[in-house]
Design a binder for this molecule. Structure first.
Ligand SMILES: Cc1cc2nc3c(=O)[nH]c(=O)nc-3n(C[C@H](O)[C@H](O)[C@H](O)COP(=O)(O)OP(=O)(O)OC[C@H]3O[C@@H](n4cnc5c(N)ncnc54)[C@H](O)[C@@H]3O)c2cc1C
Length: 478
């Protein structure tokens, strides 16, 4: 797009959303220079940003979002939705220029249904702000990502996110009942207001994980829960990771409902967990939390889980460690725990059924170490942070303390480590991502994940809904 067209673009959009809601290219390229993907941060710092929007808009209403999409569709301008910009896969970056559509102009709570325990909320509200609004009334969204202060409700749905309470309350796909959705061509769709129906396929779920490629979510009706009256923690150390995985499998497949289930391998336990809970830890360590309305039930679930752990070689540690973990659960993700440039960092979070998860852990760990030359002192800490009735996931967090100073070389090292980890996990039977989405970072692996026919099916859906290909082109490998 030439400079003349860029200036025309801002003027045209001002007529649709108001001049005060248009951010011209110069400022947009600073404000939306990167999401939280390591490479987007490193590239922006090196003045070679991945994200190069020609303009950003912050619409205040669904009708304004629809008008912007109609406009972008008419002129074939790429459009990227932006929630909190907290994604770690590069999905929110405007790598093909065009318009950033920032949802933070839409943060209202539209309706709370205290009888059904549901709430309709606009997409741009941050999860933490939504929770802060609900808690004094005795309710909880129960979607607690570590990025809650940035991550929006819409971004969580679009990236198929997960919070620390997922073991009982589910990933975001279990929280969302329906969405208000603006199609790439500007029409507004409201999906059925309950998700369990037989009125055709579940359209709401088509939007979950679509990362803005099929249009924009402007509002969602989500499930609420009562704030729990009781929380009980179980913390156990295991001689072997294998025993911990088996204890977790039994807990999840016999009807217990722990919101928190985190099994740290011995590296993660001794490095990050031990620092966070201020207790020396050497062995693989499980942190679990049970909660609910009925204290007796909560205590009983915790006691049964502790017994299962003991029966599988677990040594019970003080529940106080769990309480400290709960209070400090987000510190892992912020300085001084969170890495900064000139480090290279990132997570490989893959998910598998119980038949494959242990092999996924070992193969991925081996491949990541093998891919990084020893002089870079790679550290890898892994925990199994979300558990399901059929399996679990690994959250393998890698860090190279000081990467090559040249951006292209640093990227080559990052990409080699990442490729080795993702391909090893795929070979061992995992799905390439559990809850961070695909974005730019995982797009090259979608073909291996879905095969030719699977990718073709997704491309056809995309083409039918977005005939001009304006919405997040290239993301998800589409
Ligand atoms: C420190 C840290 C901790 C994190 N912890 C977690 C965690 O515990 N759990 C977890 O799931 N993730 C976590 N993440 C990743 C990130 O927070 C999530 O991916 C989150 O869901 C992104 O939300 P966002 O609003 O910031 O979306 P963005 O990063 O702004 O966007 C993500 C994607 O969604 C699209 N999008 C955003 N809003 C909309 C919309 N309204 N309609 C359509 N498409 C939209 C964007 O175009 C992009 O493709 C973490 C990230 C960081 C930096």
């Amino acid at each position: 797009m030439n400079p003349l067209e860029v200036s025309a673009l801002a003027g045209e959009l001002a007529a649709l959303v108001g001049r005060e809601n248009v951010i011209p290219a110069k400022d947009a390229r600073v404000q939306y220079a990167n999401d939280q993907w390591w490479y987007a941060i490193a590239a922006a710092a090196a003045d070679q940003p991945v994200s190069r929007p020609d303009v950003a808009v912050r619409p205040q209403t669904t009708e304004q979002v629809a008008a912007v999409l109609r406009f972008a569709n008419l002129y074939g301008i790429p459009l990227t939705a932006w929630g909190g910009g907290s994604g770690v896969q590069g999905a929110a970056n405007a790598d093909r220029g065009g318009i950033i559509l920032d949802l933070k102009g839409m943060q209202g709570v539209r309706h709370l249904d205290a009888r059904s325990l549901t709430c309709t909320v606009e997409a741009g509200i941050a999860c933490r702000d939504f929770e802060a609004w609900l808690n004094p009334q005795g309710y909880s969204f129960t979607h607690y990502p570590a990025s809650a202060e940035w991550a929006t409700v819409g971004g969580s749905i679009a990236a198929r996110g997960s919070g620390v309470l997922s073991g009982k309350y589910g990933k975001i796909e279990e929280h969302v009942l329906s969405v208000e959705w603006v199609l790439p061509t500007g029409e507004i769709v409201n999906t059925p207001n309950v998700p369990r129906h037989a009125a055709g396929p579940e359209l709401t779920q088509l939007l979950v994980g679509a990362e803005g490629t099929l249009g924009v979510i402007t509002a969602a009706t989500v499930k609420l829960h009562l704030l729990p009256k009781r929380r009980a923690f179980v913390v156990c150390a295991f001689e072997s990771l294998s025993d911990g995985i088996e204890a977790g499998r039994i807990i999840m497949t016999t009807g217990l409902k722990p919101p928190v289930m985190r099994l740290y391998d011995h590296h993660a336990a001794s490095h990050s967990l031990a620092r966070a809970v201020e207790t020396p830890l050497e062995h693989p360590t499980f942190v679990m939390m049970f909660d609910g309305e009925y204290p007796e039930l909560v205590e009983m679930e915790a006691q049964i889980a502790a017994r299962i752990c003991r029966e599988h070689g677990g040594r019970e540690l003080s529940g106080r460690i769990g309480e400290v973990w709960w209070d400090r659960r987000y510190v892992f993700y912020y300085p001084p725990y969170a890495p900064e440039l000139p480090s290279i960092w990132g997570t490989i979070d893959t998910v598998a059924d119980f038949a494959h998860i242990e092999a996924v852990y070992h193969e991925t760990t081996r491949a990541i170490h093998a891919a990084c030359p020893p002089e870079y002192n790679l550290s890898l800490t892994t925990h199994f942070s979300h558990w399901y009735e059929w399996g679990s996931m690994i959250y393998a967090r890698m860090k190279v303390p000081v990467g090559p100073s040249h951006l292209a070389e640093a990227k080559a090292l990052h990409d080699a480590i990442f490729k080795a980890g993702v391909e090893a996990s795929l070979r061992a039977g995992a799905v390439i991502n559990d809850h961070h989405g695909v974005g730019i970072r995982l797009a090259p692996y979608m073909q291996a994940q879905y095969g030719d026919a699977g990718m073709d099916a997704m491309r056809r859906i995309k083409l039918a809904l977005d005939p001009s290909g304006i919405c997040a082109p290239g993301k998800l490998g589409l």
